[in-house]
Design a binder for this molecule. Structure first.
Ligand SMILES: Nc1ncnc2c1ncn2[C@@H]1O[C@H](COP(=O)(O)OP(=O)(O)O)[C@@H](O)[C@H]1O
Ligand SMILES: [Mg+2]
Length: 218
């Protein structure tokens, strides 16, 4: 019996190994497809990891596999803002002034706390793995990639099922996100001299996931 292949929608993002497309009939979903030539099937690892973690506000929900004209894809909740647009990556949100450096520090320290508290492994600290979601007057950070083990070995599975055994590793990897963010902020500051530190024109203050009256540029 042949499996019906669905056509993917608009391209919404790309990483080193995958392309991400809109679902053709449900704009609340995206499909993540491994690019040809990618060394490993990250989708399979993420699927297994998220099936175990089930639900966490920091991580996207996944809805299983589909066959597309570009190959097998993993369906994810589409992270989008209150206005319906796909949420920007942390790097883009910073570059475009949607969030201040101090705002990203607050969001990231909240994320680090959540990762440690929930025993979530991190293997990739790329800032493009974090999306800044604007919902009403709040900003949330969602980690769409980089969670779970790099390779699903037996040892990694043991760590997944018994995070208490890996708590030092989990904590070390999560905490490494902060200096990585600082480094990115420094690099950005040297490109945009004068934009860091003080509240700069066009940059808005953000108070982590606390509601705040004037979070966004319109
Ligand atoms: N669930 C999602 N909702 C909205 N955009 C997403 C989602 N997942 C990924 N993206 C976009 O696609 C890009 C690449 O996805 P990512 O999972 O990081 O791929 P890779 O595994 O190749 O690094 C992200 O930086 C982001 O812009
Ligand atoms: Mg990525």
């Amino acid at each position: 019996m042949s499996v019906q292949k669905i056509p993917v929608g608009r391209h919404v993002g790309a990483g080193l190994e995958c392309d991400v497309y809109l679902h053709p009939t449900n704009d609340g979903l995206v499909i993540k497809i491994r690019r040809k030539g990618a060394t490993q099937d990250r989708n399979a690892i993420e699927h297994e990891y998220l099936s175990f973690v089930k639900s966490n506000p920091l991580l996207p929900r996944t809805y299983g596999w589909v066959e597309t004209q570009l190959g097998r894809g993993l369906v994810y909740e589409r992270i989008r803002d209150a206005d319906g647009q796909t949420s920007a990556t942390l790097a883009t949100a910073l570059k475009t002034g949607r969030v201040t450096p101090d705002g990203t520090r607050l969001l990231m320290s909240g994320a680090v706390e959540t990762l440690i508290r929930n025993g979530i492994l991190v293997h990739d600290d790329n800032l493009n793995n974090f999306l800044v979601q604007r919902t009403g007057n709040r900003l949330n950070l969602v980690m769409v990639d980089g969670f779970g083990p790099l390779v699903m070995t037996l040892k990694a599975r043991v760590r997944m099922y018994f995070p208490v055994l890996a708590r030092h590793k989990i904590s070390r990897h999560a905490q490494a996100l902060m200096p990585h963010l600082e480094k990115a902020l420094e690099e950005m500051a040297s490109c945009h001299a004068g934009l860091t530190g003080e509240r700069a024109e066009g940059w808005v203050q953000v108070h982590g996931n606390e509601p705040a009256p004037e979070l966004f540029n319109s």
